[in-house]
Design a protein around this ligand. Structure first.
Ligand SMILES: [Ca+2]
Ligand SMILES: [Ca+2]
Length: 505
């Protein structure tokens, strides 16, 4: 690879992204991650080791990432730096300096980033998925790891801190919440993070999806900081967020999708904090986010990329690629249109003539809802089985591991040591099996259809009674269907699919 004339050898390249990657199938230009230090630990470009190259496949303007990250930074929220790159690709015999097009390079969130923004690379960095409001999942870290997704193995003190924060936000009483919330995180910083997401209508974050943000526990401060990631469908560009006209009218005081977002709702219920949020919105709208300033910055950005974007479009056409894939027929607003309509909506909301749009998911939590708190469906059952059964942590559950776990579940549920459980007590005591010796989350754990489904599987002779052997062998079909062989085993995917086929909703 050559960057501005500097030749770099032995680099690592991979594609990245989920929806943005899949939707761009058939295109030569896709999101990539490049590691300059792949084979040579000391190799870097101006001390940057990793480059995130965002293709902007879901963003016809190609400026959503750069503009949004810049706005977060200006508003005082830690955010990656960006720059632009025009890439050509040479594969001997296939492509000779083929124009891939315009990319946004986004700074990697790594130790250098943490050191630069927080003055220390120590601490616990997490990139949650399926976590909107610091959901509490009991006192067992194993149930947090797949959802909070730490980038390193946390210490016991760090995991305790996360679980206590989650407990306070979701289960602390009013007094506890008021008294100690500020000791867990920088309230002002969080309000700014929410305010900017709201002003730029970025719903593909903890406001709705919930994913694409970082949660960092500083070592010295012992406080949590939220900061953004992946902003290519901000500016009302999320295809699942409703009509662009509605998204551009997003409510300033209820920007989150769920009926309840404990963290935001409980903060806003505290009068001085709500006033602070209103003040931050006012200040931003009068300054950085004024129509004039936004237009001025956007003009500047657009001038920088205009010619490269033209070459990009021309190259896409020449290769007969489809360009913006228009998922579900969605067309994101242009940024100038956004600035105009969003400013109007904000003005009307601030003078009380408009209440604003509240996005609602078709089902609680949306696509990641099966992971969310208070919605313990088949997905969560599969996740619990995977986590609790996989004793040797090889990401596979064998028949022996499955039987051992189900046996232990029975023992923890059969408090009286009667050797059998009827349906009512099975449903009542199932949470004890998931959360042994720990504080349980509230909500329906699991949802009734899941507990009933599992009981029905175990009670194969339909006499309303389940023994230890019944429960132990209740999920055998998961393995038998796949392979009659004793060595059959399940991974996360086959577990999920199998549980879905055995327990019907
Ligand atoms: Ca295993
Ligand atoms: Ca039975």
């Amino acid at each position: 690879m050559t960057i501005n004339g500097q030749r770099l050898n032995g680099i690592g390249v991979r594609y990245k992204g989920n929806a943005s990657f899949n939707l761009m199938r058939g295109s030569l230009k896709r999101n990539m991650k490049i590691k300059l230090d792949w084979t040579n630990d000391d190799q870097s470009y101006k001390s940057v080791e990793t480059l995130n190259l965002n293709a902007g496949g879901l963003d016809p303007s190609k400026l959503r990432d750069a503009f949004s990250y810049w706005l977060f930074q200006q508003a005082g929220v830690p955010a990656p730096r960006t720059t632009f790159a025009e890439l050509t690709l040479t594969i001997p015999g296939r492509f000779e300096k083929e124009t891939l097009g315009l990319f946004t390079i986004v700074e990697q969130v790594n130790k250098s980033f943490l050191n630069d923004r927080f003055g220390s690379k120590k601490g616990l960095l997490m990139k949650p998925e399926g976590i909107a409001s610091v959901e509490f999942h009991g006192d067992d870290w194993r149930f947090y790891a797949p959802l909070y997704r730490p980038d390193d193995t946390p210490t016991a003190v760090q995991t305790r801190r996360v679980m206590d924060f989650a407990h306070l936000v979701n289960h602390g009483n009013e007094q506890e919440f008021r008294d100690s919330i500020a000791s867990y995180f920088d309230v002002d910083g969080f309000l700014r993070f929410i305010a900017v997401n709201t002003l730029i209508v970025n719903l593909d974050t903890l406001l709705a999806m919930p994913q694409n943000y970082y949660l960092h526990l500083g070592r010295d401060t012992n406080k949590f900081v939220f900061f953004p990631w992946d902003l290519d469908i901000s500016f009302a560009g999320w295809p699942l967020g409703g009509k662009p006209a509605d998204q551009m009218n997003l409510s300033l005081i209820h920007p989150h999708s769920s009926d309840e977002h404990n963290l935001i709702d409980r903060l806003f219920a505290i009068e001085p904090i709500k006033m602070k949020y209103d003040k931050i919105i006012r200040e931003l709208v009068d300054g950085l986010f004024s129509r004039e300033q936004l237009m001025k910055k956007f003009d500047e950005l657009e001038k920088t990329v205009r010619d490269a974007r033209k070459r990009d479009t021309t190259a896409v056409k020449a290769r007969n690629e489809r360009g913006y894939p228009a998922p579900f027929g969605f067309q994101p607003p242009g940024i100038r249109e956004f600035i105009d309509k969003r400013s109007n909506s904000i003005e009307r909301q601030l003078n009380g003539t408009e209440t604003g749009y509240i996005f609602k998911h078709g089902r609680p939590g949306g696509r990641l809802g099966h992971l969310a708190n208070g919605n313990f469906g088949r997905g969560r059952l599969a996740m619990h089985i995977m986590i609790q059964a996989d004793i040797n942590e090889d990401q596979w559950v064998t028949k022996e591991e499955l039987h051992t776990m189900l046996g232990e579940w029975f023992d923890s549920m059969d408090r009286e040591k009667a050797g059998k459980i009827n349906k009512a007590s099975f449903i009542k005591s199932l949470p004890d099996a998931f959360f042994q010796n720990s504080r349980k989350p509230t909500g329906r754990i699991p949802e009734p259809y899941v507990a009933e489904g599992l009981f029905t599987l175990a009670d194969s002779d339909k006499d309303g009674i389940v023994t230890k052997k019944d429960l132990t062998t209740s999920l055998n079909r998961l393995l038998e269907k796949k392979n009659p062989d004793e060595n059959a085993k399940l991974n996360q995917r086959s577990m999920m699919i199998g549980i879905r086929s055995l327990i019907r909703h």
